[in-house]
Structure formats: C-alpha cells, structure tokens
Design a protein around this ligand. Structure first.
Ligand code: B12
Ligand code: SF4
Ligand code: SF4
Length: 363
C-alpha cells in the first residue's frame, strides 16, 4: 500500500458504500479479519465429516479462517451482497409441478462468479483512483474464505437456522463476495440480532433433513450437494425426497418467512436462459451432449457436466407422474454409455413401473 497518510478513512468508507451501490451491490459492509469464534464451528463441521467429498473445504487449513494467511497484509474485508432472484420467476409453484424441472433460482442465468469478481475489481480500482495503489484481492464463492461469517461481522445479516445469511429487509436469495484489502478502513458493527425466534420452517421444509442442528447443514444430505458436488451415485435414500430438484435446492429459503422481502434483481445476467425456470424434465433430458454444452455455456450448470445432468434428471423423471412419454424417454437412455446414468435410469424406470401398476390397480 502506498497511500498518502492524509486520507479521511471515514469519508472513504462512505464513498466505497456509495460506489458499491452504483456497481449493483445491494449492501456493502467492512470488517476486520478476526474469525477466531468461527474457527471452531468449521473445525467441528469438518471433523464430523459433514463436508462429504468436498475435500477443498479441509485442504487449506487455517487459511480459510485467517484472511492474513491467505493474503498477507490483509487488514480489512469489504463484504458485498448481490441479490439474484430475477423478476417474475416462479418458485414454489414449480416445486408443485412434478413434470417440470426445478433449477435453483441462482443458476437460471449466467454464472455469477465472473460478474461479481469483475464488479469487485471495479470497486477496488475506484478506490485506487481516489487514494493511490492499494493491496487487494477479490473473492467470490470458490476461494477458501468464510464468506457468511465475514458478512455477519460486516453487518450484512444474521445466520439463520438454515445456515444462510439472512437480512431482515431482503431475505437470503443473494450472493456474497469480498475484497480483502490492506486499507485500514473503519469497521462496521456486526449484525448481532438473530431474527429466527421460535420459527423452524426451514428445518420442517428441508426434504432430506439436512439441517441437523441450528445453523448446521450435513452437506451429505443436502440436495444442493447431492446434485452439484457429488460425483458418483446419489444414495437411494434421498432420491424420492429430491422430487423434481435437478440442480441445487432452495426449499430452506423459499419456506422462510423473510423470503417474502426478496427484491427482484434487474441484472440481465441473472435472467433465465432456455426457459430453465419452467422447463419440462423430459425436454431437458432430451438435450444431446452438444446441446447441453451449448445451452449451458457461461452458466453455473455447466460445471456438473452432461453425465451428472442426466443423472439428476433421471431422478426427477423417476419422481414424475407416470406417463408413456416419461417411460419411453427413460428407456431411450438405458444404453447410454455411462454406468452412473444407466443405474439412475433403471431406478427411475422402476419407480415409473410401480406408479403405472398402482394406476392400473386403481382403475
Ligand atoms: C461449502 C458450501 C456449500 C455446501 C455446504 C453448505 C454449508 N452450509 O456449509 C453445499 C454444497 C451443501 C452448499 C449449498 C448451498 N449453498 Co453454498 N457454499 C459453500 C461455501 C463454498 C462454503 C461454506 C462453508 O464455509 N461451510 C462450512 C460451514 C461450517 O460454514 P457455514 O455453513 O457458513 O456455517 C457457519 C454457521 O454454521 C456458523 N455457526 C455455527 N454455529 C453457530 C452458532 C452461533 C451462535 C453463530 C453466531 C454462528 C454459528 O459458523 C459456521 C462457520 O462460520 C460458501 C462460499 C464460501 N467460500 O464461504 C457457499 C455459500 C455459503 N453458498 C451459498 C448458496 C447460495 C448455497 C445454496 C443456497 C445453493 C443452492 N440453492 O443450492 C445452498 C444452501 C444450503 C444451506 N442451507 O447452507 C452462498 C450463501 C449466500 C447466503 N445468503 O448465505 C455462499 C456464501 C456462496 C456465495 N458466494 O454467495 N454450499
Ligand atoms: S438446500 Fe435443500 S436440502 Fe439443502 S438444507 Fe436447504 S432445504 Fe435442505
Ligand atoms: S425459516 Fe425460520 S428458522 Fe429458518 S432461517 Fe427462516 S426465519 Fe430462521
């Protein structure tokens, strides 16, 4: 850092928040780097194996909870929130239409990582225009950073029982991103008040009972993990409960009373592409690999690859109401050259067969 010593850091902090809003962030907070109280929660979670196959969660040791070990010289973290729910997109109604695919509402449009990192870099450059060169690094999601803990400390919201960071005026359908910086900015007060009270709607709503304690998710049970992070076979015990959720899951947010305060995002990048907010399972299952690659270009969905896409959709179709069309779409994939896909297709056909027989028996 090589800034003049005469900078008014209080005025700069206010301007950073103003610039942040102009760049499309809905909230900006500033905090220090002390995450010692969160270290033990993370440790406990890892020791219990709740991270499943996400080895990257354990790999970086204390770098995750000690920002200065990740980026030497870091003094402050500027935490930023960006809302993502596009306007006029259905949520729970699609969950109630089992022939449709439910794709997590954060994943309907273009990937958020690049967009948010770019905006954070722009924010850093605006700061540099004002004060000269600073040390900084922008993060969003993928780095060993405790994003929710930093956001809570920076005053952006509280940890709900569903482990999400919630804001009383905006719910939780937002992304978080950070700028680590060596600027000694004044810090904001942490968000101390917890608004959950006696509510436990998220725990009741979770289809797979993944919220095993207040603020604690066993990722191995979470549909988000099962559909996005897990590489192999999805344990059969969760398949029926997954319903039509084929990429991520939003239930613990959709059934949260604070979600009604969600503000729609007008970011064009988050607008749904290829009707992913309302597509039929059967139509997505018919995509060829080339179509999948083309249609998910620039989308977060692409990272799971075609095989896992078919795996997830096969479960959705197994849970769909019986129909000749669904059965024949599944049968057409019985010879697909992947054990993983074939195994899920066989399971789905068995579910469809049971439903067909029950239908015949009742007529
Ligand atoms: C690993 C991960 C996952 C895993 C594990 C989830 C989990 N709960 O850890 C899986 C794949 C399941 C997942 C799912 C989702 N994720 Co995710 N995920 C992450 C990631 C990469 C790390 C999270 C982490 O550190 N987990 C470890 C645990 C121990 O930390 P934690 O859950 O935050 O838990 C804290 C609290 O439990 C707290 N705590 C525990 N007890 C107590 C007690 C008290 C008194 C207090 C104060 C605190 C406290 O301490 C813990 C440590 O700080 C972050 C990005 C990042 N780098 O931070 C995104 C992130 C958390 N995910 C995000 C999103 C959007 C999702 C999904 C909604 C996606 C979807 N629709 O499918 C779901 C939601 C699931 C849920 N209810 O958490 C957003 C959350 C935004 C927000 N508003 O909170 C993040 C921040 C990414 C981003 N940049 O926007 N995710
Ligand atoms: S994302 Fe879905 S499966 Fe995961 S904890 Fe929330 S409701 Fe449960
Ligand atoms: S559903 Fe209720 S308990 Fe869960 S996070 Fe929302 S307010 Fe808190």
């Amino acid at each position: 850092m090589s800034q003049p010593s005469s900078i008014d850091l209080n005025a700069l902090a206010s301007r950073i928040k103003q610039w942040g809003r102009e760049l499309g962030f809905q909230a900006i907070g500033i905090t220090d780097t002390d995450l010692s109280s969160h270290e033990r929660y993370l440790q406990r979670w890892l020791e219990a194996g709740h991270h499943g196959e996400m080895h990257y969660m354990a790999k970086h040791g204390s770098k995750r909870t000690r920002p200065q070990e990740l980026v030497p010289g870091t003094l402050r973290v500027i935490s930023a929130r960006m809302d993502y729910l596009p306007p006029e997109v259905e949520t729970t109604r699609i969950l109630g239409q089992p022939e449709k695919a439910y794709v997590s509402r954060y994943a309907l449009g273009r990937d958020y990582h690049k967009l948010i990192r770019k905006r954070l870099d722009q924010l850093a450059r605006q700061i540099e225009d004002e004060v000269g060169q600073i040390g900084y690094r922008a993060f969003v999601d993928s780095a060993p950073v405790m994003e929710r803990a930093l956001a809570q400390k920076a005053g952006l919201g509280w940890f709900g029982k569903n482990a999400m960071l919630l804001n009383p005026q905006a719910g939780s359908l937002f992304f978080l991103g950070e700028l680590y910086t060596d600027l000694p900015l004044p810090v904001d007060p942490p968000f101390e008040r917890e608004h959950c009270g006696s509510c436990s709607s998220c725990q009741t709503a979770c289809p797979t009972n993944a919220i095993i304690d207040d603020k604690v998710i066993d990722a191995r049970r979470c549909i988000s993990y099962l559909t996005i992070e897990l590489h192999g076979s999805i344990p059969t015990e969760f398949r029926r409960a997954m319903g039509n959720r084929v990429y991520g899951c939003d239930d613990c947010q959709l059934f949260c009373p604070f979600t009604r305060f969600t503000r729609a995002s007008t970011e064009p990048d988050f607008a749904p592409r290829h009707d992913l907010d309302r597509a039929e399972l059967i139509d997505l299952f018919a995509w060829s690999e080339t179509e999948f690659l083309k249609r998910t270009e620039g989308s977060p969905i692409r990272r799971i690859g075609y095989e896992r896409w078919l795996r997830n959709l096969a479960i959705g179709l197994g849970n769909a109401p019986w129909s000749e069309r669904v059965e024949s779409a599944l049968r057409a994939r019985l010879a697909y050259p992947s054990d993983l896909v074939r195994e899920h297709v066989r399971w789905a056909l068995e579910e469809q067969r049971t439903r067909r027989e029950a239908r015949i028996a009742s007529t």
